[in-house]
Design a protein around this ligand. Sequence first.
Ligand SMILES: [Zn+2]
Length: 190
Amino acid sequence: MSDVARFYGLQINRSGMACCPFHNDRDPSLKVYDDHFYCFGCGATGDHAGFVAKLFGLSQIEAAKKICADFGIYLFDRQFAVAVDPKVKAECDYRMWLHKASKTISEYLTKLVNWGKVYAPKNFNVQPHPLFVESLTKRDHIEYLANILTYGSDNEKRQLYSSCREDIMKIRERLDKFSAAERTVKRKAI
Ligand SMILES: [Zn+2]
């Protein structure tokens, strides 16, 4: 179940929870068990084929075929990938993006706030640290994005989806680099 869920984009945390793609889920409320999933938010449940069926708007048997095709398992005599309902797929992509974007922006905002304190110049003679400058220049805009992602209307969020997807992806990549660097530092410290 978790292999399938991960393969189709769910981010499962250590306790087996993920943000539910079937409702507007801010904190992970979908639990992935060995053989099924259950969402404590919207009650969505099913096995791995049920998950894929719901995600792509397929019947149970079509979903099973899709999983086989995507995982390179030929149970169905090489019958290939079934067409996915593009509307359902687009909606899922959007929901998945929304979870990721909210997380990214709130992480980045925490960093900006922190940099504003940690790298504040001690006196006016020194060149300010670039991360301090970044904190000053970016914070308003990122607060604005965080606000929309948390409290905005569906329409506003969809507008971000079409206008800011690239930018937020770049922030994500950068944050990932930061945490990779932090992990290295921690390892060295040990
Ligand atoms: Zn749900």
